[in-house]
Design a protein around this ligand. Structure first.
Ligand SMILES: Cc1cc2nc3c(=O)[nH]c(=O)nc-3n(C[C@H](O)[C@H](O)[C@H](O)COP(=O)(O)OP(=O)(O)OC[C@H]3O[C@@H](n4cnc5c(N)ncnc54)[C@H](O)[C@@H]3O)c2cc1C
Length: 387
């Protein structure tokens, strides 16, 4: 027998250091996350603060950033960490992506020296949590339509508006909020507890239940000029952050798929149907072979994109291609694995249905599959089907 990753000699593409990082993250997930994650999912409650500290001491928060207590690792190492985290649960990877690639990256890339000193070391250690508020109730795929405003009043800024579907919202110490100003879209650091700033959790989710999702309400929130991110002007600011987070998803989605496939292979070996193991039937083997192919291709694509990112040549279209393909295929793999588990496949006793419903969110956030198709369509034809 050969594992799905060994079929593609995946490890030969990685350095020894990268393999070690992957194995360390896997060990911590096995010890600290996997025994509890189904319960967090079922109850919709997770110990976010404690988890952030665990992930901080593991060194995965902002791990691809340099300085300020961050680990300064390469793109493939970061991707492999995302893969292992998402093999445990997409909600866990979301916590890490939003913290490191959205909130910390925004401060690291666009922040003042004072803002970096104030927030980044604490966030890298998991002592501080951040969120990223771009989406609004009426503007998701089209953030250019945002209605949240920031107006100058004397030396201060006053923010009004609502952000929706914000990961880590109610457990955050600081929110990176994007708002329309007279000089275009600008980013602001809004500390939790600022007067006029309230956060309400989204309840009744069926997907990504082991993750906090919130609404941010800004009602006359007054901030000093020092809260403005000086280096970001226009929508390219938040879009640059999203590109970082999408890269992590290219690897992460394959982690969820791998966990499903390994579960299904083990189940099919044990489960007897019509007096023979389920794994011995040709229909089963065809399913497993097809899934291993898509998984292997997705992993190869992820490492290729990682190497391009490390070389500094990756383009947003390439990240779109990776996000679109790998999330779509991961979702197909999760659904197909679910069929192999039969009725057992619908319970939280196995991780498969949890991954499947989680991946529905992953398909939508960080640019929906339709939007990434349109990005590729524009790149291939030179014609924008959207603006
Ligand atoms: C669990 C979860 C966590 C999230 N976390 C965050 C976060 O931390 N921060 C944040 O800012 N946002 C976050 N989001 C929001 C997410 O990024 C948006 O949901 C996403 O961008 C889609 O926006 P929407 O839901 O408003 O859908 P819409 O934009 O209304 O899209 C609805 C449908 O229309 C399609 N569509 C849109 N435009 C076109 C077009 N031109 N042609 C054809 N079809 C089109 C879409 O693909 C989709 O199928 C999160 C979402 C979820 C579900």
């Amino acid at each position: 027998m050969i594992t799905p990753t060994a079929l593609f000699a995946f490890d030969t593409l990685l350095t020894e250091e990268e393999r070690e990082i992957r194995n360390t993250v896997r060990r911590v997930c096995d010890r600290e996350i996997r025994p509890h994650v189904a319960e967090w999912f079922e109850t919709g409650e997770l110990p976010a603060r404690e988890l952030a500290r665990t992930l901080g001491s593991l060194g995965v928060l902002g791990m691809h950033l340099e300085g300020y207590g961050c680990a300064g690792m390469g793109a493939v190492s970061y991707g492999l960490a995302c893969l292992e985290l998402e093999a445990a649960d997409s909600g866990l990877r979301s916590l890490v992506s939003v913290q490191g690639s959205l909130a910390m990256y925004a401060i690291w890339k666009y922040g003042s020296e004072e803002q970096k000193q104030e927030w980044l070391p604490a966030m890298a250690a998991g002592e501080g949590i951040g969120c990223f508020g771009l989406t609004e109730p009426d503007f998701g795929s089209d953030p250019a339509g945002m209605r949240t405003t920031a107006k100058r009043e004397g030396g201060d800024w006053v923010l009004n508006g609502t952000k929706m579907w914000i990961t880590n919202g109610s457990v955050s110490d600081v929110a990176v909020v994007w708002a329309r100003t007279d000089e275009g879209v600008r980013g602001f650091l809004v500390p939790a507890g600022t007067p006029g700033f309230t956060v309400n959790d989204v309840k009744h989710k069926i997907s990504l239940r082991a993750s906090v999702t919130s609404e941010l309400v800004l009602d006359g929130v007054r901030l000093p000029d020092a809260a403005l991110l000086p280096g970001a002007r226009g929508l390219s600011g938040p879009l640059g952050c999203l590109n970082e987070a999408r890269f992590g998803i290219v690897f992460g989605a394959m982690g969820a798929a791998l966990d499903c496939l390994e579960t299904a292979i083990a189940y099919a070996g044990d489960r007897e149907v019509f007096a023979r193991p389920l794994a011995s039937y040709q229909l089963t083997q065809e399913k497993l072979a097809d899934m291993a192919l898509e998984l292997g291709k997705g992993l190869l694509l992820a490492v290729h994109l990682g190497r391009l990112k490390e070389a500094g040549t990756i383009t947003p279209e390439q990240v779109s291609a990776g996000k679109l393909n790998n999330v779509r295929e991961a979702l197909e793999i999760a659904r197909k694995c679910r069929t192999l588990l039969g009725a057992s496949g619908i319970t939280l006793e196995y991780p498969v249905i949890r991954h499947a419903v989680n991946l529905e969110s992953v398909l939508t956030y960080e640019g929906t599959s339709e939007i990434h198709s349109l990005v590729l369509g524009k790149a291939l034809t030179g014609i924008a089907a959207f603006h």
